[in-house]
Design a protein around this ligand. Structure first.
Ligand code: G6P
Length: 501
């Protein structure tokens, strides 16, 4: 089946072979509402929007994901191994894989987050952590490996049900072992794996014992193509294959040789569904929140919107605001730093501790600089997408100071819908910096004084300069929207399947 993908204004050829999409967290989640009824919530991110759009157009596509909630498990039991459709039209078929809860806990809360996440974002404080002990090795074997095997079985069954020939689109770090396992069972499948987080330099992987890091890399070399957000990450991947597995690589062709087979490393920066996002920004629900925030705002609004993830560098961002107010007392009472933070992965110790550190630093800064009727930091630990988008339209400076970040979609979303000629203050270590850095004020994530100075520069920048930068950023985001992200991957896969058939 060939057609055109939604959201992309160029013409896109969809794969001729059936498509199997694979991710740990799927496109929807089931829960029980207050009335005891089942509710299905669709994920809102760019990935889900783009891939659901693709799957909905194809007759025979399926999305394989883990059953993450109790209600997901109930749904998966009702359907056995059969996929179910998410709407009456049968547009998107999903197969939720039930996993052993203990294996799933180890896979998610011990290995994927924090171990792999911390390795790939350079977050370990190596003099002190991690300890690779028996418990961790057990979590790898009976958690990460076990879950990857279960997921690979489900994927292989779906490929086999489609005659053994399919395009498999795998997503992210929770599933590094799946490609090799699927290749063994389905040698004719075309396997493409997109990594949504940074791929670090080879030595970073030496935190993991050889058996573990080699298993992960060998797993990934089961792919035909491995996709990243940036060229830098793609190069790091190839260098890792050379350094840690002794595989021959070609840095011009961006390939690695795995015994007669070639694996390609490519880069495709992900983006947002710009049309859908602009529509949301103009919706009545967002307007309502916007009116509230307008009433609360002072002269200058600094904003950050993040999951409470240590990679987001939230604590240093607040320290920078402390310095900003020390250096520029004229700003006291005139600027608010609105921090809209969604609690994330709270069953992982490192993440729960991080929320505590955030609360403490906010209390300190507010006590030090605040007055009876004004607090410099307005911390809101909640998930409210309408409020976040309303704040996007209102900020003067958006603070993105991530330690490392695969892309950072907040930067793209926010600059697209901002209505105040807001400035992007963007960490040099985000994937987004490659596209938007020329029009942003660059932040150095570890230098709190530099961040304070850069925030001051952004807050006091002349209007014409701010406007030109915002328009340039929004132009880049509109041009490189999520449709293009998907289209470029599919086009490359089509060329590849043409070469190999
Ligand atoms: C972020 C990352 C994704 C990752 C996702 C997992 O959005 O950028 O790469 O897949 O988190 O989140 P979860 O809530 O499932 O741990």
């Amino acid at each position: 089946v060939r057609g055109s993908t939604g959201g992309y204004n160029g013409s896109v050829t969809t794969p001729a072979d059936p498509v199997v999409i694979v991710s740990n967290r799927g496109p929807l989640q089931h829960d029980r509402g207050a009335d005891g009824q089942r509710v299905a919530t669709r994920g809102g991110g760019g990935l889900v929007t783009a891939l659901s759009g693709l799957a909905a157009q194809l007759d025979d596509a399926v999305w394989v994901c883990a059953a993450l909630t109790e209600e997901d498990v109930a749904v998966s039991r009702e359907h056995g191994v059969a996929a179910f459709t998410t709407d009456e039209q049968g547009a998107l078929r999903v197969r939720m894989v039930e996993l052993d809860p203990e294996a799933q806990r180890k896979h998610y809360s011990v290995i994927s987050n924090p171990l792999l996440w911390f390795v790939q974002h350079y977050l370990w404080d190596l003099a002190n952590a991690p300890d690779i002990d028996r418990e961790l090795v057990d979590a790898f074997e009976t958690g990460y490996v076990a879950v990857n095997e279960r997921m690979a079985d489900a994927v292989a069954e779906e490929v086999e049900a489609r005659g053994g020939q399919a395009t498999v689109l795998l997503q992210d770090y929770q599933l590094y072992l799946v490609p090799q396992l699927v290749r063994q069972r389905c040698p004719r499948a075309l396997l493409h794996h997109f990594v949504h987080i940074p791929w670090p330099q080879p030595d970073s992987w030496r935190v993991l014992p050889p058996s573990m890091r080699e298993a992960l890399l060998v797993g990934m070399l089961g792919n035909d193509v491995v996709g990243f957000h940036t060229e830098r990450f793609a190069r790091n991947f190839l260098l890792g294959c050379q350094e840690l597995l002794d595989r021959p690589i070609d840095l011009r062709a961006m390939t690695v040789d795995v015994g007669g087979r070639t694996v390609r490393a490519r880069w495709y920066p992900i983006s947002v569904d710009t049309a859908a996002f602009e529509e949301l920004a103009a919706s009545p629900a967002v307007e309502e929140k916007r009116a509230v925030l307008e009433r609360q705002r002072r002269e200058h609004l600094l904003l950050r919107v993040d999951r409470t993830d240590p990679s987001k560098n939230i604590v240093r961002g607040f320290r920078a605001v402390d310095l900003l107010l020390e250096d520029h007392p004229e700003l006291l009472g005139r600027v608010t730093f609105l921090a809209l933070l969604q609690p994330s992965r709270q069953d992982v110790t490192e993440y729960a501790d991080y929320v505590e550190r955030i609360r403490r630093v906010v209390a300190d800064v507010n006590l030090k600089h605040g007055s009876v009727d004004w607090q410099p930091i307005d911390l809101r630990l909640e998930e409210d997408i309408e409020q976040a988008v309303a704040a996007y339209t209102l900020f003067d400076v958006l603070v993105v100071n991530s330690v490392f970040d695969g892309m950072n979609l907040v930067a793209k979303e926010a600059i697209l819908v901002n209505r105040r000629d807001g400035v992007l203050a963007l960490s040099e270590n985000t994937g987004a910096h490659e596209e938007l850095g020329a029009f942003a004020v660059t932040l150095h994530p570890f230098d709190v004084q530099q961040q304070a100075d850069a925030l001051h520069e952004a807050l006091t920048m002349a209007l014409a300069d701010r406007r030109a930068r915002r328009e340039a950023c929004a132009g880049v985001v509109r041009h490189n929207d999520v449709g293009r992200w998907l289209a470029r991957q599919l086009r490359d896969l089509e060329v590849l399947s043409g070469d190999e058939s």
